[in-house]
Ligand binder design. Structure first.
Ligand code: SAH
Length: 203
């Protein structure tokens, strides 16, 4: 997976490649899907949601440009896999999911895989996590129409927010850096995520 799906494409950050090699992706899937864990695809995790494709997880992590000491918020816990990869790359990870059943399963998978220090919250991630803010980085794994203002507000100066922005069926990953002059926005790769529900999202 790391060689063919990540390195041979355009992921060159060695910390991200190492983190993706270390996290056991199969532990974040229901038993009947574990054999497919390393496919180049998003996989169903129930409740109409998916575990993101490995390339998109790596791309989001690379765009956050983490060095190891950061505090990161992961919006849209889903399976918990992205949160585990972030835990390999940053010092502190909070993750928030709106569907309680998914949050519960993700919490159990994170413990099983050895990431018990990741904090899993249930709630509306479009509002961020005011009690944990400010963050060095915020990763959003669900498609938005625009950047939820609360997420930008909860970034530290020079903090980075990575979020798929666009239409319901196709988006571009956007990288938003907080700066004194206002948000600096760069457009990254095209992508397709499940919808973010709430402010700035769909529905
Ligand atoms: N990062 C996940 C991908 C999950 S898909 C993984 O690695 O498996 C996106 C998730 O975002 C879904 O579980 C969905 O329920 C959740 N979601 C959508 N809108 C949300 C919101 N407003 N707050 C929190 N979670 C949300």
């Amino acid at each position: 997976m790391v060689d063919t799906q990540l390195r041979d494409r355009d992921i060159s950050d060695s910390r991200v490649l190492d983190a993706m090699a270390r996290v056991p992706r199969e532990l974040f899937l229901p038993a009947e899907l574990r054999a497919r864990a390393y496919e180049d695809a998003a996989l169903s995790i129930g409740e109409g949601q998916t575990m993101s494709q490995p390339y998109m997880v790596a791309r989001i992590c690379a765009e956050l440009a983490l060095h190891g000491g950061e505090h990161v918020l992961d919006v849209g816990t889903g399976s918990g896999y992205q949160a585990a990869v972030l835990a390999e790359l940053a010092a502190e990870v909070d993750t928030i999911e709106r569907i309680p059943a998914l949050a519960g399963r993700a919490r159990a998978s994170l413990v099983e895989a050895g990431y018990e220090r990741v904090r899993v919250h249930v709630g509306d991630g479009t509002r961020g996590l005011p009690d944990g803010a400010p963050f060095d980085g915020i990763a959003v794994a669900a498609a938005a129409r625009g950047v939820p203002p609360a997420l930008y507000d909860q970034l530290k100066p020079r903090g980075r927010l990575v979020i798929p922005v666009g239409k319901r069926r196709v988006q571009h990953l956007q990288v938003v850096i907080r700066s004194a002059e206002g948000p600096a926005v760069a457009r990254s790769v095209p992508c397709r995520f499940v919808p973010l529900v709430g402010d700035g999202g769909f529905g």
